[in-house]
Design a protein around this ligand. Sequence first.
Ligand code: MLC
Ligand code: AMP
Length: 502
Amino acid sequence: MNIIERFQDAWSEALDRPCLVSPQGPSLTYSEMDDLSARFAAVLLGAGLQPGERVVVQVDKSFGNVALYLGVLRAGGVYVPLNTGYTTSEVRYFIENADPRVVVCRPSNVDEVSAIATDLGVPTVEAPGTDAATGLWAKALAAAPARDVVEREPDDLAAIVYTSGTTGRSKGAMLSHANLIDNAEVLHKLWGFNSDDVLIHALPIFHVHGLFVALHTSMLNATPMIFLPAFDAELIRSQLPKATLLMGVPTFYSRLGALDGFGADDCRNMRLFISGSAPLTAKASDDWTEKSGHRVLERYGMSEAGMITSNPLDGDRIAGTVGFAVPGYDIRVADDTGKELPRGETGVIEIKGPSLFQGYWRMPEKTAEEFRADGYFITGDNAVMDETGRVSIVGRAKDLIISGGYNIYPKEIELVLDAIPGVLETAVIGAPHPEMGEGVVAVLVATGAPVPDEQMKQALEGSLARFKHPRRFIWLDALPRNTMGKVQKAELRKQFAGAYSA
Ligand code: MLC
Ligand code: AMP
């Protein structure tokens, strides 16, 4: 089944309900969303999109771009979202790797992206237009809606979500219609969506948290979403009394809680605050409870798998834990051979279930490396499971920094830093950051005199999205290495743990 048909079933009794609501007033009903997505589907089909072909999309958050997402799926295409922070040189890699039929970019990038597309032989580039009279939106509004939903089999791909790899090259996690439907249905039930719910949607729509978890669970319930273009603590506070649900990364909660006079009264109509994508410390969770009067429900997931564990809606939500396997997922904490460890011991969490992805796009060897022979996927997250099955994430086996909910792979940054004249070698690490959880720190060795910070920053411009840029540069005479010659990052993390402390 195409997931669009699943949504249409859910909307059939609620077509007049608002789907997306702007705090300034305008809204789009579920019926209008269905119609608009059919118009985008018509434009894509008119561009020759065949079932299973990719549509790479790097666009801002808007009502129209949600309809575009649904339109791609409706037309049988595979949606490939890109972080709006990616630079043109990063985008080139994704376009080349995804091999799309259509690329949709922001109007401001259309010349650069068109040049890449021509170079790589991509037939169509579209941009939303600077107003409703131009560009892709205008085409969609003028098109006759493609009402028929293109049929898809459960294992057919719906989306490819890029996640960076330890080698520095991003891998596209392939997600099928069945993967997305299963996780949406499970979470919708687990978190008790009901007909009075209203969600505040303040996450980006290019990662699984904002795109799948928030949109899909709400859409399965025809829940109205107060749709904010980006995170803005004061704006969220002003919308809280109209809402019952908020999904966010830990930074959302620390910033909201820090607002002057913020408290339980702001949250009086709220039913549930959900946190994920990055660790929420027990202290941050307790601080939020004290301020808001609500216990955050923390859950754990990843692009390859959707949501894997969740604290319970009813029952103890224990700070510092991510709860239990969601229905359908089998999870184990294993040693480095895949053997399950006794409860209470730390190992890597391995998972198997119906939302688990179909492998990495055109990278069978990488896919094989991350699966056990018995079908379990190796997440790379270190965890402990207690006797009751409750999981705590205690670190990462993979070399990954999570800053404000964005994943940053050190290797990718090290490759760029290593190429800067005057840099001999580098090690990129994460250090505790008061707002973002972790911040990126570059530890470097110079060929001669250290390169001034300003020069380092300039050299990074254009190569890496700004959220990946190190904001601290630390120069050493040599990197600490073990007897095998491997850089001891744990040592560096300990030594420079204070890099971002006030
Ligand atoms: C923005 N900046 C960041 C950053 N976000 N730097 C490091 N880490 C981040 N997360 C930088 C920008 O490059 C810019 O730098 C400056 O901060 C201001 O930009 P901004 O856009 O005004 O940022 P801000 O509003 O402060 O954004 C912070 C944030 C945002 C936390 C609200 O990053 C956010 O919405 N994060 C959510 C990420 C997310 O959805 N993750 C889900 C992944 S899915 P300069 O130098 O240009 O000024 C996943 C699976 C799962 O993990 O389990 O859900
Ligand atoms: P992504 O690849 O962007 O989907 O990010 C997935 C990664 O985010 C996971 O492998 C974890 O490392 C991390 N993550 C997600 N949720 C949590 C959580 N609640 N606590 C700790 N880490 C998390």
